[in-house]
Ligand binder design. Sequence first.
Ligand code: DX5
Ligand code: ZN
Length: 228
Amino acid sequence: MNRVKIAPSILAADHADLKGEIGKAESAGADMIHVDVADGHFAPNISMGPDTVRSIRATTRLPLDVHLMISEPEKFVGSFLSAGSDIITVHTEVVEEKQVSKLSKTIREQDKKLGLALKPSTPIPPWFKSNLASIDLVLILAVNPGFPGQRFMPEVLPKVGQVLELAHPAHIELELDGGIDQGNAPVIVRAGATILVAGASIFRKGDVKSAVHEMRTVIDRTLQEVSA
Ligand code: DX5
Ligand code: ZN
């Protein structure tokens, strides 16, 4: 079974010390850094923009997984690409089907990846399967967008299997985001997620390194149980 990746969300980190926080997560074995961009419009919070991505790009070798919780994402994809994003995820609630292949082309020309995100109440769009060739990742939100530290909504889990079934046999990354901690990680791994985002459970537990290690241990134990 493939490694399930850990993507610490710096929305929950100390924003005055992103370099230090990212460094701790990286040295503890995090697989990528999740950057939550909220615009105060699509999501009821304002977080960070391309300049933050550019600055943190220079501090880490890890891929930057940029989650755009913004309206009109197509206007900003170019800025986030040139700032050094590796994965750019846009919300299906604010993109039309005809934009997907265009966004994908722009992003893949730079050897980067396109993700599509769904809010907890958003079903898989009817055009998902016919646009599969343009999509590298699906992000399923298990909280409403905007803030770290919210409660995980288990009712989103059936969407994981539905997406994987629609995508089969193509390989697609399945990222779960929101309210994930060392306690509920097993059920999310068992559902088939390939990337786990974690904000508060990594950056607000006191010790970033041991929080990443604990998450890694829980995930790997679950993968062993699944394959046994
Ligand atoms: C929700 C964000 C998530 C969230 C993660 O607005 O997309 O990435 O901040 O933080 P936790 O893990 O604390 O829910
Ligand atoms: Zn996110």
